[in-house]
Design a protein around this ligand. Structure first.
Ligand code: CTP
Ligand code: ZN
Length: 153
């Protein structure tokens, strides 16, 4: 990326989530449970030009790495994203996201009668389909707007 295209500055230590589907950056922040209230340094670029994707979003989180659960849900809303781990300003790891077979404990089932939404200590479990996810308890399928079903952590 040439200097004149650099919209947000480089980070020291943390995670850069790059090549996010345009318009999904705020949902990425929601998945990571970031609302800025904890004082962490976050940079967000939305609809920035990308050679590969036309336009993309990018999120940079200073001082934080991601859990596998977070990465799994990210892959559902931003399948082309890359996760870059930054240490001392260098990219030390770069991962493409892989679509998981199931996601546990991160989405909440929209069916109010589902056992996973009752006051029971039951983790939600969704099987990942090509075009959505299916609750493993009640078979409810979520196809659109997965981000709206992220359970608050
Ligand atoms: N980055 C950053 N801070 C650093 C190092 C890198 O914010 N200290 C960002 C870059 O701006 C870029 C992403 O992390 O958005 C990946 O960096 P790099 O691998 O150097 O860039 P590219 O080669 O363009 O990545 P790709 O091939 O994945 O497009
Ligand atoms: Zn359910």
């Amino acid at each position: 990326m040439s200097e004149h295209e650099l919209r947000v500055s480089k980070i020291h230590n943390g995670t850069v989530i790059d090549h996010i589907t345009g318009g999904q950056a705020l949902n990425v922040l929601a998945i990571l449970g970031i609302d800025g209230s904890e004082g962490e340094a976050i940079s967000v670029g939305m609809n920035v030009p990308s050679d590969r994707m036309g336009s993309k979003d990018i999120v940079k989180v200073e001082g934080r790495e991601l859990s596998q659960d977070e990465v799994d849900v990210l892959s559902l809303i931003a399948p082309d994203a890359t996760i870059n781990i930054i240490r001392e300003y260098d990219v030390v790891e770069k991962h493409r996201l892989e679509r998981p077979e199931r996601v546990v404990g991160v989405l909440s089932c929209p069916n109010r009668n589902c056992i996973s939404t009752a006051d029971e200590p039951v983790d939600s479990k969704f099987e990942v389909l090509p075009d959505g996810v299916r609750c493993e308890y009640c078979d409810t399928i979520i196809r659109d707007d997965l981000a709206a079903h992220i359970s608050v952590q």
